[in-house]
Design a protein around this ligand. Structure first.
Ligand SMILES: Cc1cc2nc3c(=O)[nH]c(=O)nc-3n(C[C@H](O)[C@H](O)[C@H](O)COP(=O)(O)OP(=O)(O)OC[C@H]3O[C@@H](n4cnc5c(N)ncnc54)[C@H](O)[C@@H]3O)c2cc1C
Length: 482
């Protein structure tokens, strides 16, 4: 069977044994180690674990389902001994190919390590295994009146291990921060097999280098995270959502500035451009005024009375800044249906084109309107559909350059447009990725932002921890130089 980048269509021709593929002895060892239920090499399993949300498909040689840090250690030790790649994988919802086995080897799925080990209301701390689904964890702690704020739009299916490895963000980052801000400690199996504990279960801890922070956002390249100690906070008593339609992106971003300068710190502020709105409206009920140029969704939370007042003020400010229509949620159900609409945007883009280059750039908030206008013009210039939506509160914009891979010319124009988006972002003082990471899809752009000395330092850290380069090879660093 060929191993190839199977962009969208599977190529299952031929029977050749791939270079670097697992030899018979290694397979037998893995089977003995994990049992046949937990180490699979059948085609259906390999295909199922060969892609993520980028839709780039590579076949692994096998898929391992370890149930403990000790089993992870044994797999990594064997990988070092026999030189095969190991690719950690949570739910495979990543947008940058981080969990994709581009050099074959063994995909290490964390789905059996899916238990919430403890929750302490007194310490406001939970300990979880990496395969716990984020949304399920949030619901469990909410039953105890506790709150785990990071909320990527994939919350219903992504895992906490994947969130930690990507330092996932989400809509509440403006007020509550990102995953990094909630990770107090980790158990990590290093690529060479040592099981290391970092941090602890206290909010304050300045003992030695901050290895926890080094691991958070390391995209499965520095270790396999097998246990996570998380900070929790009390669940806000109430929340309210305001939906406002504006004639332009500029007026929507003006409302963002005025809401923030009025002293309100919303838990979320999402901006959606006209093109994204049209897309999501194809399959969801959204009644927007004809002249809408952008939509703003603002959530405030806290004590009940204060929340109601803040929602009223947000609505008032929006009207003052020329909103065409403003809707304030009446209850929790109302709020949730507005947020469901926001979460539906990303999947709905497939209605315009089957493929996309999905960038999640960040710019200083003061540059938000300029950035969105610049990106729109880039799309026009290259003749490709380009949509923007995202976290207006923290300047993190999801730019989707849409195309059809079967149209080679359009695919090339899309690639060029995406590069221009990255260059424009850096020129505006921004950053290439706010939450999706680098993986394989953005590694070519890394030198635009990271100075050569810093890039060298990152590579040195990688080779110190993973001298044989067996853990998630080919990720983050540009391939020609890495
Ligand atoms: C519809 C949709 C909406 C999304 N919205 C958001 C959003 O709002 N914000 C956001 O930040 N992201 C978003 N994402 C991206 C994605 O969901 C996140 O990156 C998420 O954190 C990935 O989790 P996962 O469990 O799917 O990880 P995977 O995709 O399986 O893996 C992601 C990376 O983490 C590594 N990894 C996974 N588990 C471990 C582990 N235990 N130890 C070490 N490394 C590990 C993998 O090797 C890979 O590099 C969205 C994705 C989709 C499909």
């Amino acid at each position: 069977m060929k191993r190839a980048l199977m962009d969208g269509s599977m190529d299952l021709e031929g029977k050749s044994q791939m270079p670097g593929g697992l030899d018979h002895g290694t397979r037998r060892k893995l089977l003995r180690l994990l049992g046949k239920e937990n180490f699979r090499t059948d085609l259906a399993t390999r295909v199922s674990y060969g892609f993520d949300a980028t839709n780039k498909v590579y076949l692994p040689d096998g898929v391992a389902f370890p149930g403990s840090a000790q089993e992870v250690r044994s797999i990594l030790r064997l990988a070092n001994e026999r030189s095969f790649p190991v690719i950690p994988r949570g739910a495979g919802s990543g947008f940058t190919g981080g969990a994709v086995p581009i050099e074959g080897g063994v995909v290490l799925s964390t789905e059996r390590m899916n238990r919430i080990l403890s929750v302490s209301r007194e310490d406001l701390v939970a300990v979880v295994q990496p395969g716990v689904v984020t949304g399920e964890f949030q619901k469990e702690v909410a039953k105890l009146g506790l709150f785990f704020p990071p909320d990527p739009a994939s919350v219903e299916f992504c895992t906490i291990g994947g969130n930690v490895a990507e330092c996932a963000g989400g809509m509440r980052a403006l007020k509550y921060g990102v995953t990094r801000d909630y990770v107090l400690g980790l158990e990590v199996v290093l690529p060479t097999g040592e099981i290391v504990r970092t941090g602890g279960r206290t909010v304050k801890n300045v003992v030695g280098y901050d290895l926890t922070r080094l691991m958070v956002g390391s995209e499965g390249t520095l270790g396999v995270i097998t246990e996570i100690t998380l900070k929790l906070i009390p669940l806000p008593r109430a929340r309210s959502t305001v939906l406002a339609f504006f004639p332009s992106v500029a007026s929507a971003t003006q409302a963002v500035s005025q809401i923030l300068s009025s002293g309100i710190l919303p838990s979320a502020m999402e901006i959606v451009d006209r093109a994204s709105l049209e897309c999501v409206a194809m399959s969801n009920p959204v009644d927007y005024p004809q002249d809408t140029g952008a939509m703003l969704l603002v959530e405030v939370d806290g004590p009940e009375a204060a929340t109601k007042e803040e929602a009223r003020n947000v609505a008032e400010i929006s009207r003052e800044v020329s909103a065409l229509r403003v809707v304030v949620s009446q209850d929790e159900k109302d709020s949730e249906s507005l947020w469901k609409l926001r979460r539906a945007i990303s999947p709905s883009l497939a209605r315009l084109r089957p493929h996309r280059l999905n960038e999640d750039v960040v710019v200083p908030r003061s540059k938000l309107a300029e950035a969105m206008e610049t990106f729109r013009k880039i799309g026009e210039e290259y003749g490709v559909p380009l949509t923007t939506f995202g976290h207006a509160g923290d300047g993190n914009i999801h730019v989707n350059v849409l195309y059809d891979r079967s149209n080679e010319d359009e695919a090339t124009r899309a690639e060029k447009a995406a590069r221009r988006v990255m260059e424009a972002t850096v020129a505006l003082g921004g950053s290439l990725s706010g939450e999706h990471g680098i993986g394989i899809t953005k590694s070519q752009f890394l030198p635009l932002e990271v100075q050569p000395e810093a890039l060298e330092l990152m590579k040195k850290v990688k080779s110190l921890l993973d001298p044989k380069g067996i853990l998630n090879p080919g990720k983050i660093f540009p391939r020609d130089k890495g």
